[in-house]
Ligand binder design. Sequence first.
Ligand code: SF4
Ligand code: SF4
Length: 325
Amino acid sequence: MQWLAHGFHGEMKYMATHGTRRARPAELVPGTVSVITARMDYLPRGTPLDDWQAVEFDRLSRPGEAIVSVYARGRDYHKVMRARLARLAERIAEEVGPFGHRAFTDSAPVLEAELASRSGQGWRGKHTLVLDRSAGSMFFLGEIYVDMALPESEPVTAHCGSCSACIDVCPTKAIVAPYRLDARRCISYLTIEHGGPIPLELRPMMGNRIYGCDDCQLICPWNKFAKKSALPDFDAREGLTGQSLAALFAWSEEEFLRFTEGSPIRRIGHERWLRNIAVALGNALRAGESGAAEALATRASDPSELVREHVAWALAQRPETPNAS
Ligand code: SF4
Ligand code: SF4
């Protein structure tokens, strides 16, 4: 409630509208007595586990390359997790008989990270995500609200200690204090949840991140223990990793819809996609990336005012050439 009172949720009004239903499971699903929490590792199967954090950080040094957050490179986790939770509930019903239940994954007013940490899936890191000593933080969370009393699992102890790497690395200083995130400054929020123009002062800090941001997780020492998914669903799709900003900026709306079919990226729509890439191209232009200005010029007269404004901002990032005289 304090976090909401500070306005840290930005435009995510749905976080405020449900009041205590978010914190009290039985108010959301009457009859709920226990909550089964689950987590599912999501690093794509092809991830080089020895140095995957360095491989991902390296992308930041190539300003013409588009960075999509690791979790969003494959199939939409909502679909995968929900289907697996439904199967888990069926398996439990085979053992104990029919029972009332409802499964969630990032889809309803549920305090997922808090439920996960209280039930021992990990502790809340200073970046506010849940992490565990055996798996880092590269996993999705899911819950099944059930109408039967189950024995409680214990929380695990926290192991952030004196580390503050996630706070220090955050490019927009969105982690305003340990365990406190101002979503309005977070690149994940700005590129996915936020609908309008991206605040001018934050655009240069976004670098080449066009959908989400992983920096506070990449720097976390516990993520050297992050695990690959056992499923092919989260394998990186062709054309989304290591792709050039210019190539993704050239996608028509029809191509955007086709290439993001079944992907979480589709939810933001083509206009926000172009807005995000325009910012990244502006940052690439400032860094001297060849081809950035040409790519931007192709959408200088885009029908969307939002896109046109971001393209104009981006083109103005061209470094000044020294006066020949
Ligand atoms: S996701 Fe990126 S912008 Fe958001 S808190 Fe983490 S490092 Fe900062
Ligand atoms: S980077 Fe450090 S402070 Fe942040 S979550 Fe990881 S261990 Fe905790």
